[in-house]
Write a protein that binds this ligand. Sequence first.
Ligand code: HXC
Length: 259
Amino acid sequence: MQPEFIIVHQQVATHVAHIQLNRPNALNALNLQLMTELKTALQTLDADDQVRAIIISGNEKAFAAGADITQMAGKSAIDMYNTDQFSTWDAIKKTKKPIIAAVSGFALGGGCELAMLCDMIVASETARFGQPEIKLGVMPGAGGTQRLTRAVGKALAMEMVLTGRFITAAEALQAGLVNRITPVELYLEEAIKLAKEIAGMSPLATKMAKEAVLKAFDSSLEEGLHFERKNFYLLFASDDQKEGMQAFIEKRAPRFTGK
Ligand code: HXC
């Protein structure tokens, strides 16, 4: 079935896929259907050998203005528990290929959390990041208190979570939340450029390197180093390691196959 709230673009030649959130009338508010469509698309792209890097974007006005408030407003705690909306988020978190969020306009609440669930963020100068849940009488629920704090530190995270203040792209860059900012007309192009660069690397090494970097968030240094070393050794079982090192010695560009 065709998705209703996302558009998937695939550039076979560059190994880059792009998922566009497409609920513009609601500033891409993340309703349950949109999140399920996003999860399914990511699982399909993750399993497709032609894809090596993935971009998630919204539109110029909004990456996503949060979870759909109209869908949540009347729910009880038990409804929320039974709906188990975070199972889609947990599935998205398992994507092995690198995901770049291309953010313009609002990235609020669940929208900010979705951007932070991605591996890198390219933002337009008009991007605004915020966790305004406190103004709705709730708090972040999809990782906002954890990933934001790890990204920007306690002082700014506490301020954003407790006041709901939006930060600008420039503040986000300074705080380490985003990788780079561009004029609004260039943010998607910049994200594609970054995705293409990553897609030119060995897909196996890319996946294992992503996995090892993420390990830094939920393990001790010792455990993380151990995990890194195992993945490092494992890559010596790949054709890409032989090809990459041989290409360096022969002073030519490597041809990575993902094997
Ligand atoms: C449902 C939303 C929405 C949302 C915007 N809309 N955000 N609908 N859920 N999160 C809808 C509006 O109702 C409106 O629909 C249309 O999008 C345009 O929005 P406006 O408010 O008219 O636009 P503007 O005046 O430019 O204000 C933009 C805004 C504001 C500042 C972003 O829309 C806003 O504050 N949105 C809510 C942001 C928020 O609180 N996010 C956190 C949600 S809780 P109509 O039909 O009237 O045109 C959350 C919890 C996550 O994310 C938990 C884990 C998933």
